[in-house]
Design a protein around this ligand. Structure first.
Ligand code: AFP
Length: 332
């Protein structure tokens, strides 16, 4: 019996491209450059998704014997993802520079006199790659501060998270989803491989103000600051679920969907915390706040921290508003 197209491909909502165009028309304060930038980021994730779905078959497992500026061993997929995003972003005129977890300094595009800078963790959760567990990409979009047609400056990159024009992530999980905010709400799109495009599946995502799930590397419990230990003990006493997936993006998406809190306090290995302010925390803090959540370093909102260096690390407490605020009350 002849199958109907809708039997093969489910009735699809608006594509990411359609949604971005309509959103920019509805909210004129959204820069006209944002739809092509976000479409390009989504497009760059497609070949990475292809590779992610067959890693062992294409020789993309394991390390490549090098280390990034932060001292992390670089996996083959880290560099493939980095190269893919940088190459794709170099092809659009809107972008003048990229900063990436896999590159020490600012990557500039001499032929691009664009007004926009992208901050990127190309592959978050590298230790999950060979474990076949969830991994992701995290991105932020800023407008440059220095005049167009002049060399990109540090000031164009070292901006507070409040200056982000857009931010989001791609989660390569049981399905591949693209979640972003252009500061008019948070929206999620699921990749349909049969079509090769992302389609709206999560419009206007709101992070529950409460949750019963907490994500932290319990192995460091004995060296956590006292107020963290007190908070974790309270979670245990109240019967909360401990879920830690080894990839911030995966933990964050769970909490965005169901409520919860992710904690990465200072440790002896990472006295300033492990997560990078510019390359991971600012983007997820922007999404969290747009969805009604909270993100803090324990002293101030993540989005208000003035970066001093591209790879600067900070402690990160992010998730449901009431859970993060309960933690922060113990700081004092
Ligand atoms: P990798 O990308 O190096 O695996 O780091 C992932 C991450 O930045 C974050 O996604 C995880 O939640 C966290 O580090 C895991 O760190 P620990 O292994 O120290 O718990």
């Amino acid at each position: 019996m002849q199958k109907n197209p809708s039997d093969i491909i489910p009735d699809l909502g608006p594509s990411l491209a359609q949604f971005l165009q309509e959103e920019q028309q509805q909210f004129p304060d959204i820069h006209k450059a944002l739809p092509p930038i976000l479409r390009t980021i989504a497009a760059a994730s497609k070949p990475i998704n292809e590779v992610v779905r067959k890693l062992g078959l294409v020789g993309m497992m394991g390390g490549q014997g090098t280390y990034n500026f932060s001292g992390d061993a670089q996996q083959k997929l880290d560099m493939t993802a980095h190269d893919c995003f940088v190459h794709m972003l170099a092809t659009i005129k809107e972008v003048c520079a990229v900063v990436s977890e896999e590159e020490e300094t600012i990557i500039t595009f001499p032929n691009n006199y664009g007004n926009y800078v992208i901050a990127l963790d190309p592959l978050d959760g590298s230790s999950n790659i060979d474990a076949n567990a969830a991994i992701g990409t995290i991105f932020s979009v800023y407008q440059r501060c220095s005049p167009q047609y002049t060399p990109v400056q540090q000031e164009d990159v070292l901006q507070t998270g409040e200056k982000q024009l857009a931010a989001g992530y791609i989660l390569y999980g049981t399905s591949t989803i693209f979640v972003y905010t252009a500061c008019h709400g948070v929206h999620g799109f699921t990749y349909e491989p049969a079509v090769g495009a992302f389609f709206l599946t999560h419009q206007g995502m709101q992070m529950p103000h409460d949750g019963v799930s907490y994500a932290i590397n319990d192995g460091y419990f004995d060296i956590f600051p006292g107020y963290i230990q007190r908070y974790i003990r309270r979670c245990r006493r109240d019967g909360y679920t401990a879920r830690y997936m080894g990839a911030l993006v995966a933990d964050f998406h769970r909490h965005l969907s169901q409520g919860g809190i992710y904690l990465y306090p200072p440790t002896h290995k990472n006295p300033e915390g492990r997560l990078r302010l510019m390359l991971e925390c600012n983007a997820l803090a922007c999404v969290a706040e747009q969805a009604g959540g909270v993100a803090s370093n324990g002293q101030q909102a993540i989005l208000t921290i003035q970066p001093q260096a591209i790879h600067q690390r900070v402690p990160l407490y992010i998730g449901s508003k009431n859970m993060v605020q309960a933690l922060l009350e113990k700081v004092v």
